[in-house]
Design a protein around this ligand. Structure first.
Ligand SMILES: Nc1ncnc2c1ncn2[C@@H]1O[C@H](COP(=O)(O)OP(=O)(O)OP(=O)(O)O)[C@@H](O)[C@H]1O
Ligand SMILES: [Mg+2]
Length: 481
């Protein structure tokens, strides 16, 4: 909950009155020790609110610090050195002024200052907390976080919208972008890979809106997804085998349903001997291979020039000798080029798509191809789609916040003008628990996948029980966090 902004003139720094609902945590009144030097633990604890006098006193320390610290040296210091220096300074200043601050508060205070100087201010504790998946800021005094699939209001606050704007500027300027009234929407990426979207006035009405999808430091593996009951083990094994044997897979799902996570996890099945080319709007994939060539689109500059779209990148990728092309998310006309790639020797390519079920994923692909304005009949497009795509995997965030794979559906060909599909595995909701959790089960439909022949040829054995519809592959009754 930092409210401390680096400014030299105290006159400007009248603290904004932003009372927050409080959950007082008692600090043991012990003499302030030097701040801990070891790695800060993930800040799971809520911080107490600060009263006005204390805020003023802290502000003074803050300004004194700016005056006395040798700022020219800052660049050469590591964050740890800076933290230590500031810690020593703060401890002394607090002792001099006899401020009644407990050890935890001194540490918070020191952290706040360091975070402002070298980091993203109030966002830092949230960025460091690995249990947080999303950070959603609606103006300076409302910061929501997503944990375990559920949204909650956090205690983080900015001093005012100007403070928030400064942090946004810090984020976007680091990746050579800018945000102002002229171009109030911007995508960016944090140094750690987290994906950021910011919208400011006049588009955002009540102050800047920022959405951050945190980069998972350790992306989920398939084993982890099985452990979280997002997918039954036999289905995970089947998908692993399918990707390994170059069955082309599309991962479909709504916003934040776990598409990218699954794509990352499935990429583990790809041989390390293959060359992968990834194409994304904001690079966030973490494929598990040594040989990955990563490309990212570029938005137009202020004059409206220089935009490089996914379509160009897909075309270019084909001149780069890829074994597989991985598209972070197919969303527009590049769908056509992607399908062509999948149909011309780049089987096993993968992409995610925003759709609510496998059938809709196909319809959306058709619409995307149409966006390219090519003169090609609907039947031909469908032919391309059915020839290119092997399986569609549907990810979903359920009403209780849990994320699960709800369908594995195979594209089996065309009949007349209709693309034929068959579900291989489905998740069915059977009931709702008292706590609102979704009770359900994963089951095979009993259909034998067409791609099994190809998999068998490549030496991949899938046990027959995997396709046995008579009993559930996995029953779930609670959240999988
Ligand atoms: N099975 C799961 N269990 C718990 N958390 C998950 C699971 N799958 C994904 N997550 C978490 O959910 C968040 C969203 O996942 P992810 O980025 O993969 O979604 P997405 O569908 O690609 O989102 P977007 O539509 O924004 O691209 C991430 O923080 C991720 O770590
Ligand atoms: Mg994604």
């Amino acid at each position: 909950m930092s409210r401390f902004v680096l400014k030299r003139r105290p006159a400007e720094d009248t603290p904004a009155e932003t009372p927050v609902e409080d959950e007082a945590v008692a600090d043991t009144p012990e003499p302030a020790p030097a701040p801990a030097q070891e790695e800060p633990e993930p800040p799971a604890r809520e911080r107490p609110e600060i009263d006005g006098d204390m805020l003023e006193a802290k502000l003074q320390i803050h300004n004194k610090l700016i005056d006395e610290l040798d700022l020219s040296n800052l660049d050469q210091m590591t964050p740890e050195e800076l933290r230590t220096q500031i810690g020593v300074f703060v401890t002394k200043a607090i002792a001099d002024q006899r401020l009644p601050m407990g050890a935890a508060e001194v540490k918070d205070f020191t952290d706040d200052i360091v975070n402002e100087m070298v980091g993203l201010g109030p966002l830092e504790p949230l960025l460091q907390d690995d249990s947080i998946a999303d950070i959603l800021i609606n103006g300076y005094n409302q910061v929501y976080i997503e944990r375990g699939g559920e949204l909650e209001l956090s205690n983080a606050r900015f001093r005012d919208n100007l403070h928030l704007r400064r942090i946004i500027n810090k984020i976007v300027s680091a990746v050579g972008r800018r945000v102002d009234e002229g171009s109030p929407l911007v995508d960016a990426r944090l140094a750690d890979g987290s994906r950021v979207n910011a919208a400011i006035e006049p588009i955002a009405i009540d102050g800047p809106l920022v959405s951050i999808r945190k980069f998972s430091k350790k992306p989920f593996t398939l084993e982890k997804l099985v452990e979280f009951q997002a997918i039954p083990k036999p289905v995970a094994d089947f998908l692993y085998g399918a990707v390994k044997s170059r069955v082309t897979a599309i991962i479909s799902g709504g916003t934040g349903s776990g598409k990218t996570t699954l794509l990352n996890a499935l990429s583990a099945a790809i041989s390390h001997k293959e060359r992968l080319i990834t194409i994304e709007d904001a690079a966030e994939l973490q494929l598990q291979q040594p040989h990955v060539a990563r490309m990212e689109t570029r938005p137009a500059n202020l004059e409206g020039n220089g935009e490089i779209k996914q379509r160009e990148l897909v075309k270019n990728a084909l001149r780069m000798r890829p074994d597989r092309v991985i598209l972070g998310e197919v969303r527009s006309e590049e769908a056509f080029d992607m399908l062509q790639a999948m149909n011309t020797g780049h089987e096993g390519s993968m992409a995610t798509i925003h759709a609510n079920n496998p059938r809709e994923a196909i319809t959306r692909l058709e619409q995307m191809v149409a966006m390219g304005g090519l003169r090609i009949s609907q039947e031909a497009v469908r032919g391309q789609i059915s020839a290119a795509i092997g399986i569609i995997i549907q990810a979903q965030r359920l009403s209780d916040g849990s994320r699960r794979i709800t369908h594995v559906t195979e594209v089996t060909g065309m009949e007349g003008e209709v693309i034929q599909m068959q579900d291989l595995f489905v998740f069915k909701r059977v009931d709702t628990g008292e706590d609102g959790s979704v009770i359900g089960e994963f089951r095979a439909t009993g259909l034998r996948p067409k791609c099994l022949d190809e998999m068998t040829r490549k030496g991949i054995v899938v046990p027959a029980e995997t396709f046995d519809p008579s009993k559930p592959l996995l029953s779930v009754g609670g959240k999988n966090g």
